[in-house]
Design a binder for this molecule. Structure first.
Ligand code: NDP
Length: 275
């Protein structure tokens, strides 16, 4: 039977095996998908050992996405721009291919599941780590009018903008900014790609950036609303968490590997109940 993995460290908490099992049942694809504990210093060897014979594909999570990028012989434009790979497989010539489906997952969740119009929107992206890096190009490709990237450490936001500018359709729409220089005009969409919610903390931004028409999206998800979602709602904004992004990035990986696109609504319900 075809074998797939998600590799990371830690990995026991990963929801990917459950998501892909539900996709496989729904599409009647015959495959097995298991977690693999990545070992620092042995990552490349683990990938090469896994992706042979019945080993057909691998998802990559923290802290190996950059190493997966370096290992891939062929990279999608999304992976190239992100500098990180979360999906690996071999093509017909046996070359190791890498894609980054995180940004596609976010954009699909917003547009398809939540009917958000991205085209022409003024968007604030909080954070400049791996997750932020992966979503910049797909947001620009979705036609946002302006994308401001703000980070606690401003230099990292500036580096991100410089790195992504060559991929941007119109680099003028992409700016780096410190939290304290964001001004007071509300955004249409604010995406929290910081890990602050993991500690129940909030990025230090003004409440004035949220109005009643602002959608706030926290990439983190949990059984209870995250600190950022609660903060957004307290300002009168609408709030969503990142469970949909997780499931949609998995659906894109499944499609890359199997050529079959799973329906995500029922999987979303099952995962929400399992949180
Ligand atoms: P990184 O460690 O690469 O980056 C962390 C970012 O958070 C940095 O920009 C850092 O700023 C910022 N940060 C951390 N603490 C604070 C704080 N207290 N206040 C303000 N900024 C802070 O993490 P990732 O980019 O990989 O992940 C970020 C989040 O996205 C995580 O919560 C992760 O779970 C989530 N995620 C969700 C996915 C999904 O599918 N739903 C997919 C991938 C990630 P600085 O540079 O100043 O340190």
């Amino acid at each position: 039977m075809d074998q797939y993995w998600v590799i990371g460290n830690p990995i026991a908490h990963s929801k990917s095996p459950l998501i892909h099992r539900l996709f496989a049942e729904q599409t009647q694809e015959s495959l097995n998908y298991a977690p693999l504990l990545g070992e620092e210093g042995r990552f490349a060897q683990q990938v090469q050992e896994a992706l042979q014979g019945s080993g057909k594909g691998m998802n990559v999570t923290l802290p190996f996405k950059e190493q997966a990028w370096a290992l891939a012989e062929v990279r999608s434009q999304a992976a190239q721009a992100a500098g990180a790979v979360n999906t690996l497989w071999r093509d017909e010539q046996g070359r190791l291919c890498g894609d980054n489906t995180d940004g596609c997952g976010l954009v699909t969740d917003l547009i398809k599941n939540h009917h958000v119009m991205l085209s022409g929107q003024r968007v604030l992206l909080l954070g400049a780590g791996g997750a932020a890096r992966g979503v910049v190009l797909p947001l620009l490709q979705a036609g946002v009018a302006e994308l401001v990237i703000a980070n606690r450490t401003l230099s990292k936001a500036e580096t991100l903008v410089n790195d992504l500018a060559p991929f941007a359709l119109n680099a003028a729409r992409l700016h780096a900014c410190a939290f304290s220089d964001l001004g007071e005009a509300p955004f249409d969409l604010i995406i929290n790609a910081t890990s602050a919610s993991l500690q129940g903390a909030l990025p230090a931004i003004s409440t004035k950036l949220v109005s009643t028409h602002t959608l706030c999206y926290d990439m983190m998800y949990a059984a209870e609303p995250t600190a950022f979602c609660l903060w957004a709602q307290a300002q009168g904004g609408r709030a969503l968490d990142g469970l949909g992004m997780l499931i949609e990035q998995a659906a894109e990986a499944f499609y890359i590997w199997r050529g079959v696109r799973p329906q995500t609504a029922s999987v979303m319900q099952a995962l929400r109940q399992a949180l």
